[in-house]
Ligand binder design. Structure first.
Ligand SMILES: Cc1cc2nc3c(=O)[nH]c(=O)nc-3n(C[C@H](O)[C@H](O)[C@H](O)COP(=O)(O)OP(=O)(O)OC[C@H]3O[C@@H](n4cnc5c(N)ncnc54)[C@H](O)[C@@H]3O)c2cc1C
Length: 259
């Protein structure tokens, strides 16, 4: 794994080293998860960007300067997803509040339900017997990072194959990811569940996993649930209305701010 020293200098070093790979190489290789210690096709900059040790504007400027708008397009688009999710959540704070209250309910259910408790424990301990899932659970806990595709597969298997409450999975990610972010994480899980782009859940597919882990994992199709519908029925009221933008206030010295 890359050195994770949480300084601006280390973030800048990782950024500079990745600039030559922000163009076509990123577009062609970014979907493949080569596993812990081998995430070379993606930047692994997320913990630094999350804490503003590296700024999105600088990353985008570096990509454009080195590769031009066409070849840098895919990388720039990915960087912008983060801001999109933050803006989306900022205008719909109810989604965060209902995640928090729903999570408290799920945690209470775990206390009461021994079987659920056992199944969740197996999943977070990487003891489900499904090789790929177990390896991602271990990688997350050991390194604080997962490739984007692994996050999608993991969340899909958690929700649809293991049938576990999505908020407990999101909470597991949020507690372990070095880039853990209220908006990207919650909305990433909601997207997989079919709650963000309603009615379009993300199905983890055995062939897709084999291809994009370069054959490290070869689950059988029958190991994975067939996803025929998402969790939309759990939120029949649909998405909440958009709130007006909050007034911008200057940060107060000495008071932490939400980045
Ligand atoms: C279920 C799920 C949970 C996620 N939770 C988080 C989270 O808590 N924090 C987080 O920063 N990202 C999250 N993501 C988005 C994405 O997986 C990570 O940003 C990305 O894997 C970080 O690795 P990287 O820096 O090597 O990305 P690169 O591919 O190198 O991308 C460069 C930068 O663009 C941004 N970015 C790229 N893809 C996305 C995306 N899909 N959504 C938002 N930003 C993106 C990140 O800041 C990233 O560092 C989640 C995705 C899913 C499916």
């Amino acid at each position: 794994m890359t050195d994770r020293t949480p300084t601006r200098a280390e973030g800048e070093k990782i950024l500079q080293a990745f600039i030559p790979r922000m163009g076509r190489r990123y577009a062609g290789g970014r979907n493949t998860d080569h596993g812990p210690g081998a995430h070379k096709a993606v930047s692994v900059l997320s913990p630094y960007i999350r804490r503003r040790l590296v700024l999105e504007a600088d990353v985008v400027a570096a990509a454009l300067a080195a590769h031009g708008p066409e070849d840098a397009e895919k990388f720039v688009q990915e960087v912008i997803w983060r801001g999109y999710f933050k803006g989306w959540m900022e205008r719909r704070p109810q989604v965060w509040q209902s995640y928090r209250s729903g999570l408290e309910g799920d945690l209470t259910a775990i206390d009461r339900d021994r079987r659920l408790r056992r199944d969740v424990q197996r999943a977070v301990d990487g003891q489900t017997g499904l090789d790929c899932f177990d390896a991602w659970a271990a990688e997350l806990v050991e390194t604080g990072y997962l490739h984007n595709h692994a996050r999608m597969w993991f969340a899909s298997i958690w929700i649809f194959t293991l049938g576990l409450p999505w908020r407990l999975g999101a909470d597991f990610f949020y507690r372990h990811l070095l880039d853990g972010d209220a908006a990207s994480n919650t909305l990433g899980w909601r997207w997989v569940a079919g709650l963000h782009t309603r009615g379009k859940p993300y199905p983890a597919d055995a062939q897709n996993i084999a291809t994009f882990t370069a054959g490290r994992f070869t689950p059988r199709p029958s190991d994975l649930a067939e996803v025929t519908q998402g969790l939309e029925a759990t939120e029949p009221e649909g998405l909440p209305p958009v709130q007006p933008l909050r007034p911008v206030t200057a940060p107060k010295p000495g008071r932490p701010t939400a980045l």
